[in-house]
Write a protein that binds this ligand. Structure first.
Ligand code: TXA
Ligand code: MG
Length: 321
């Protein structure tokens, strides 16, 4: 007989998971689609640890998992289309991409520097138990290393991450990742197909003129908006100069580790102690802070190309291009 979904786990396991999240650590969690590698979505260093653990070479935006609509409205600009869809398909395998609230406490790294957040309310009862106990959003990509298939049992997750604390919720019912629907513009667009289909979404939004149209990425406007490569990703408006060992008097310096004493017009340090996790957590906020017309460029000190430094360098390279 096929093993069934586990409906409830012991309070002591939930307490362990919550303590780990509060300490900025990662926990493997079941959802109805695939297992997630979850961290406190408001803690930039915890989110940076996700990219490090997955060995993701890029900062793709992450999905924030919430317990209900009310929790979602703390983080994103909720709207009528989201309300209609959530009424029919939450909890469930539908991720809605919405604009961040101006006062959103979610880490910039979750949005990969963009101004949107992908949010979903999982249906798995254990996921719900965990998010409710934590009482906050959990950022979680699929719990596989970059380039490997998504895990649908706790054992798959343990095979990928032997040292990770994993909550066993049984085998995942759906086994494919959630549908990702971009609602951040008037043109609702499916960025990733899943078990909530185009027709199902169109049906819910029918009559919701003038914002009733739904598209699939790559259709309609001929522009492929592939997740992780979104044009909404933050790009500085002044030049970025990489591998700088010093800055000109007119430049702003984005330092890493020990910074040169004199010279620059402004300086921010990604991590004085040279910690890549801390640097990743600070990256987007510091780039934004230094992106001012007062400076001729942002000079960035070299970042070691290892661990999460690979994703930092990828982002910097694209900012400099
Ligand atoms: O079913 C799922 O969605 C699973 C479970 C764990 O919830 N999660 C998952 O996460 O598949 P991940 O990181 O492997 O894939 C998330 C997808 C990526 O393609 C990402 O680019 C897209 O969602 N995404 C997330 N936030 C986004 C945003 N703000 N804008 C555009 N795309 C976003
Ligand atoms: Mg994935």
């Amino acid at each position: 007989m096929k093993p069934a979904e586990i409906l409830h786990v012991d309070a002591s396991l939930v307490d362990n998971a919550v303590s780990l999240w509060k300490a900025g650590q990662l926990v493997g969690i079941p959802t109805e689609t695939v297992y997630g590698l979850a961290a406190d979505a408001t803690n930039g260093e915890a989110v940076a640890r996700i990219y490090g653990a997955k060995s993701r070479p890029q900062f793709n935006p992450l999905i924030v998992h919430v317990a209900n609509i009310q929790m979602a409205t703390r983080y994103v600009e909720w709207d009528e289309r989201a309300e209609l869809l959530a009424k029919d398909y939450w909890p469930g395998p539908l991720t809605l991409v919405l604009k961040r609230r101006a006062d959103s406490p979610i880490s910039d790294l979750v949005s990969a520097g963009g101004d949107t957040i992908g949010i979903r309310c999982p249906q798995h009862p254990v996921a719900h138990q965990l998010i409710s106990a934590f009482d906050g959003g959990l950022a979680a990509p699929s719990a596989n290393r970059s380039g490997r298939v998504s895990p649908t049992t706790a054992q798959h997750v343990r095979d990928e991450f032997p040292d990770l604390f994993v909550i066993d919720g049984g085998p995942c019912r759906h086994g494919i990742e959630s549908t990702v629907l971009d609602l951040s513009t008037n043109r609702a667009t499916i960025l990733r197909p899943g078990s909530v289909t185009l027709d199902m979404i169109r049906y819910v939004l029918r009559g919701h003129a003038p914002r009733a149209e739904v598209y699939t990425a790559g259709q309609g406007d001929g522009v492929l908006k592939s997740p992780g490569q979104l044009e909404s990703h933050y790009a500085p408006s002044i030049p970025v100069r990489l591998n700088a060992t010093h800055a000109e008097p007119t430049e702003a310096l984005l330092a890493f580790g020990r910074a040169p004493k004199q010279g620059s017009a402004a300086i921010l340090n990604l991590s004085v102690k040279g910690d890549l996790i801390e640097a990743a957590a600070n990256l987007f906020a510091m780039m934004r802070a230094l992106d001012k017309p007062d400076f001729t460029a942002i000079a960035v000190m070299p970042i070691p190309n290892e661990g999460v430094g690979i994703a930092i360098n990828d982002r910097l390279k694209r900012a400099a291009a």
